[in-house]
Design a protein. Structure first.
Ligand code: AMP
Ligand code: MG
Length: 413
């Protein structure tokens, strides 16, 4: 028996980030950037106005008030996008719009609300401060500054920054192609009318969805029969992938041939009994240089094993640094008992209430009961040596989706 930690360690050792590819910035959303981005220009490119108003010399506005306005000549109109043609001299001003470049000679902007225009003159009702309402060149980003670092995840803000810097393409780490192969004589595909003794291969789809959710590209190989020939040929069809994930056939039944076939065609295949529940049997190794996971067949076991081992591997291939799900401490609402010796991953519903996480299991924990996975947004993780959790105890819960990031109502302080 091998611990979850040891299995994870051995598995992650095998994976390195894939190569990079050049993508359009909009396609880079959620990807990990493979290059440092230095600013190639100042943003804003030059001093500009933060308000609609008048560009002035602050010295000229000394002592101005509603009762005793200062009168300035208006020598130019500078809409956003225009280049100022005239510089501001003593007693002069230019009408200026938000975002327009500040003309030479001006050192402050007076808001239009603090003025009144009469023909080619303007009354200024307030004394301006030096630099007031001027956005300085480079105050957002300085030419040459490092703005996005290799390894950062690209979000909408990074995409906006790249656009400002005139970058339409960037280098990101590639997405792995992950082959999915279901195995079992009892399996049929969704649209094949199942006989009463047949089972729809739901794993083909839940695993493919987990692959997409992790950022990978699923390659559906389909269903292999429990025969040496079919398994070998289907595994060979999966060889163009970056990773192969199969489900079923790794336990000790007479027809659990996957591990034998993997040993036959694979390299350094290891068959572990991982000290976890669900998901005890796990095969890991490689075939033709392609890393290969043999996950257990039960629908929940395959999903939980994917979560623990395959997802972090995919994230690592994609250049991510944070490979693991967030785990929170939550107060459990019920008593749970377990046997010593394995880590238990208990499907559960977590909510955030009155400043703390509360958690309840979602019912039958049989490894074939997908419904309790459907209801779960987390997995309570109970350690190997524990035998129970009591109502009111704090337990660790791995969050397995983004549901706790969203709320029904806005939450302002
Ligand atoms: P195995 O590990 O092959 O012994 O399978 C364990 C259990 O999981 C059996 O009840 C199988 O019918 C079920 N199972 C295996 N593969 C799948 C699959 N692709 N989709 C749904 N159930 C499966
Ligand atoms: Mg089977």
């Amino acid at each position: 028996m091998i611990s979850v930690e040891d299995a994870l360690h051995k598995i992650l050792d095998v994976f390195v980030p894939l190569g990079q590819e050049k993508v359009n910035i909009l396609s880079s959303l959620g990807r990990v950037i493979g290059e440092d981005i230095y600013a190639s220009r100042n943003i804003p490119p030059r001093d500009n106005s933060a308000m609609d108003g008048y560009a002035v010399r602050w010295e000229d506005t000394r002592g101005a008030s509603r009762g005793k306005p200062v009168v300035l000549n208006v020598i130019e109109d500078i809409p956003a996008g225009a280049i100022p043609q005239k510089s501001i001299g003593k007693g002069e001003s230019s009408r200026i719009m938000t975002g327009a470049p500040v003309p030479d000679g001006a050192n402050a902007i007076v808001r239009v609300e603090d003025t009144a225009k009469h023909g080619r003159r303007v009354d200024v009702f307030v004394q301006a401060k030096r630099g007031q309402d001027i956005r300085l060149a480079g105050e957002d980003v300085r030419d040459g500054e490092l703005v996005i670092a290799r390894g950062d995840v690209i979000r909408p803000a990074e995409i906006g920054m790249l656009a400002s810097l005139g970058r339409s393409f960037i280098m990101v780490y590639q997405r792995p192609i992950v082959a999915v192969l279901a195995t079992g004589d009892e399996l049929v595909d969704i649209d094949d009318n199942p006989n009463p003794w047949q089972i729809v291969s739901s794993n083909s789809y839940s695993l493919a969805a987990q692959i997409i959710d992790s950022g990978g590209i699923p390659l559906q190989i389909g269903i292999a029969k429990d025969t040496r020939e079919d398994l070998v040929s289907k595994f060979k069809a999966a060889l163009r992938a970056d990773v192969i994930v199969s489900s079923g056939g790794v336990s000790v039944g007479d027809y659990d041939l996957v591990k034998d076939v993997m040993k036959e065609v694979g390299n350094k295949m290891q068959f572990w009994r991982v000290a976890m529940r669900p998901g005890r049997p796990l095969a890991f190794g490689s075939m033709g240089g392609v890393p290969m996971f043999g996950l257990p067949g039960n629908p929940v076991s395959s999903m939980v094993s994917f979560e623990q081992f395959v997802r972090p591997s995919i994230l690592k291939m994609m250049g991510h640094k944070n490979l693991f799900r967030r785990t929170v401490k939550a107060t459990i609402r019920e008593d749970i008992t377990k046997k010593k010796g394995a880590k238990h991953f208990i499907r559960a519903r977590v909510e955030y209430k009155n400043g703390r996480f509360m958690v309840t299991s979602t019912g039958d924990q049989g490894s074939g009961i997908l419904k309790s996975m459907v209801r779960a947004n987390g997995l309570i993780v109970l350690p190997e040596n524990s035998t129970s959790a009591k109502k009111g105890d704090e337990v660790a819960v791995q969050l397995i989706d983004g549901s706790l990031e969203q709320t029904v109502k806005p939450q302002y302080p």
